[in-house]
Design a protein around this ligand. Structure first.
Ligand code: C2E
Ligand code: CA
Ligand code: CA
Length: 704
């Protein structure tokens, strides 16, 4: 689009004027001329000039007629016309303008003036073309853009500065459920309901951030779009402000994609990479993550995390001899059993061909890990029936604990593995701890349980007697019966070691029964020798929770033929705290039988005076821990003083435990405590010795 290509047509019947005009214009454009007004129309139609210079007075058709014809045709109507007039005539000029002419050139022709006029109009014309061209281009671009936006796979919505929708493409219409005509003019947050995929909380549309902060804003991770029909799409993408060249905000455009499928795929992929295909259990990768996570979120500094590595014994042999199908079935069935044991709070993973791992978070000590291990071993022994054939299997388990055994996930795995090989070495079908301390403690526990069970079964538990002395008469007023257990080598095992185990395993009921029976038998023996004896028997909290306890005690006493008043039961404060009503009723029933009740280890619990008042108690035993310190520490002395006063106010008698030296004895005596037991007075001794020394000889204590 430049001047050379512009064309000026001159129509005039006078050759001289034609020449003048031609010479005036030729430097500006290509000039074509026509001197016959009758042919002007066809001439113009042929050459289609950019500008026409038209004489008004011509013989055939006047310039006005030619102009009229040109304006009537759509092809030529837009071509600007400059008239050439011989005299400036207002009438002519008015007519000419009315017909659509744009300018005049007057005769006689001033060449320079004529040239300038034509030049200006050509320039105007040129700009008009340019503008039309740009417009056409813009129009084309707009069309292309609109086609693009309408055909791309992303949802596109644009808004004005208020966030009201000005454009919505078909994808966005489909995802939001709003057709274009309904969406336009509505607020973006009405059209796009965005929520957090996890919490379902409503989220602010990023278009508002784009508008407010004039920056591109990404949609929060984990966003879902809820359509008008309540369809949910996982969406992802951004909103940008629309800003013009001057920096004015015009609106925002938000582009988003439905990533539901991609997310689903990603979830599937993570599941595949984190799980074992055969059993569906987490694999080694996920287990490692879980261990790391557990170590970083350990519930309390006192709790431990255990990792059990569980291996199927002789699996390779089974797999090779029975085939892989059977092998797979075995793996699946073991996985199923183990899963049932460990439950949903633990992670059970398959970490190798025939290896599983179980991660237990929050265990109190090694012992709850060992009960799970024991249950797993048991489950492994259950025969597996495949194709009608039964297979007998066993497992080997290794246990490592955090923080006792390992500093990190890798060490836990390694140490559980070491422990597992220890189980294999022991002959399989066993579990082992990595830590030798725990291993030994666990061994001891298992060993002790066997010894205790045997002793109970064979009735070989024995009682030792520790006399209680009355300070005033210096003579024995009774004895406490203390259970003892002998191991295979004849070593004595103290009750502190096995009473807790007996309580845990429930063996305490039988143990208590036997101790009471032996104690009653001793009383009966003394009675037979013509001596009265009162024996105190310890009762564990768990025994009191047995509803048949009173009946059992009554039965034993009756069978032994002694008076119930010869037996005192020692119960601890913690036993009383258990079930108030049931315990009170039980103690009342025992009292009604004629037994007396002593409160053992007094001062170590938390019972209030008002609380104690509600139980039928006869004796308070001051705990050894106070007696030990009372000759050294003012506080211990004060506590004993308080206990003595309390006992007096409750009209209870007092027995001090654990008197080991004269100073303690003196202090107690001074406080008004008149009975006690302790190594200084007499250690717990076997029955025969007790009978000879204290029943037959009436050994009195030697006090200064
Ligand atoms: P306890 O009822 O407080 O028994 C007193 C314990 O203190 C006994 O320990 C006794 O040997 C010990 N002792 C006595 N005088 C002294 C002393 O002067 N100094 C020191 N340091 N210790 C002294 P033992 O026989 O080892 O019994 C420990 C605990 O086992 C008993 O504490 C009792 O709670 C429980 N126990 C013992 N026999 C039985 C029983 O047959 N049934 C139940 N349920 N528990 C029993
Ligand atoms: Ca006791
Ligand atoms: Ca005690």
């Amino acid at each position: 689009m430049d001047f050379e290509t512009q064309k000026v047509a001159i129509i005039d019947d006078e050759p001289s004027t034609l020449l003048i005009l031609e010479s005036a214009v030729e430097a500006l454009a290509e000039v074509v001329t026509c001197s016959t007004s009758g042919e002007a129309l066809s001439f113009i139609n042929q050459c289609l000039p950019d500008l026409i210079v038209l004489d008004i007075s011509m013989p055939e058709l006047s310039g006005f007629d030619v102009c009229r014809q040109l304006k009537a045709s759509p092809v030529t109507a837009a071509i600007p016309i400059i008239f050439v007039t011989s005299h400036s005539d207002v009438e002519n000029e008015r007519n000419a303008l009315a017909l659509g002419a744009i300018d005049f050139i007057s005769k006689p022709i001033d060449i320079e003036l004529c040239r300038l006029r034509v030049k200006n109009h050509l320039m105007l014309q040129q700009q008009k073309h340019l503008l039309a061209h740009i417009n056409a281009q813009l129009e084309a671009e707009k069309k292309q853009l609109s086609v693009t936006l309408r055909s791309i796979a992303d949802g596109v919505i644009s808004t004005d500065t208020q966030g009201q929708v000005t454009f919505i493409n078909p994808v966005a219409q489909r995802l939001t459920g709003y057709p274009e005509h309904e969406a336009l003019g509505k607020s973006i947050d009405v059209i796009m309901e965005l929520r957090d995929a996890t919490s379902n909380a409503t989220m602010v549309n990023p278009a508002f951030y784009a508008l407010k902060e004039k920056r591109t804003a990404a949609m929060a991770f984990n966003t879902v779009l809820v359509s008008r029909e309540n369809q949910v799409f996982r969406v992802e993408d951004t909103a940008s402000p629309i800003i013009d060249d001057q920096g004015n905000l015009l609106g925002a455009v938000i582009v988003f994609q439905d990533v539901s499928e991609a997310v689903e795929m990603a979830v599937k992929m993570t599941h595949i990479t984190n799980h074992d295909q055969l059993t569906g259990l987490p694999n080694r990768v996920l287990l490692h993550d879980r261990i790391v996570q557990a170590l970083s979120q350990r519930i309390s500094p006192r709790s431990s995390i255990a990792l059990l590595l569980i291996d199927i014994d002789n699996f390779k042999y089974l797999n090779d001899s029975l085939g892989h199908r059977v092998g797979d079935s075995i793996i699946k069935s073991i996985a199923h059993r183990l899963k049932a044991i460990v439950g949903s709070n633990a992670t059970l993973a398959r970490v190798g061909g025939d290896e599983f791992a179980c991660l237990l978070t929050d265990i109190g000590s090694g012992f709850s890990a060992d009960s799970i291990a024991m249950a797993c071993l048991q489950a492994g022994r259950e025969p597996i029936v495949i194709n009608g054939k039964s297979h007998q299997l066993s497992l080997s388990i290794g246990i490592s604990l955090y923080p006792q055994d390992a500093k990190n996930a890798e060490e836990m795995m390694r140490h559980a593995d070491t422990a597992m090989y220890r189980s294999k070495a022991k002959g399989k079908d066993a579990f082992s701890f990595f830590s030798t301390d725990l291993q030994q403690a666990m061994h001891r526990r298992v060993e002790l349980e066997i010894i205790l069970r045997n002793a109970i079964e064979n009735d070989t538990l024995v009682i030792f007697l520790q006399p209680k002395f009355d300070f005033a008469s210096k003579s024995m007023m009774g004895a406490e019966s203390l259970v003892r257990l002998y191991d295979d080598e004849g070593n004595i095992i103290g009750p502190d070691e096995f009473i807790p185990l007996a309580e845990e395993t429930g063996l305490i009921h039988q143990l208590g029964h036997q101790v009471l029976r032996k104690s009653c038998a001793l009383v009966a023996k003394c009675n037979g020798l013509g001596q009265e004896l009162k024996v105190a028997v310890n009762v564990a909290a768990k025994q009191l929770s047995n509803p048949g306890f009173v009946k059992e005690v009554d039965q034993i006493i009756r069978n032994s033929g002694i008076k119930a008043s010869s037996i005192e039961l020692e119960v601890t404060e913690s036993a009383l705290m258990h079930d108030f009503e049931q315990t009170r009723d039980m103690l009342n029933a025992l009292t009604a039988l004629g037994l007396s009740i002593a409160l053992d280890d007094f001062g170590t619990g938390y019972s209030s005076l008002a609380y104690l008042r509600q139980f039928p108690l006869n004796v308070l035993k001051i705990d050894r821990s106070f007696v030990i310190d009372m000759d050294q520490e003012q506080q211990a002395f004060d506590i004993v003083l308080a206990i003595v006063n309390l006992a007096l106010s409750l009209e209870l008698s007092i027995v001090a435990e654990g008197i080991e030296n004269q100073a303690q004895f003196d202090a107690l005596f001074e406080l008004g405590c008149h009975a006690g037991q302790g190594y200084m007075l007499c250690r717990p001794i076997p029955e025969e010795q007790f009978l000879t020394d204290h029943v037959l000889l009436d050994n009195r204590i030697h006090l200064v």
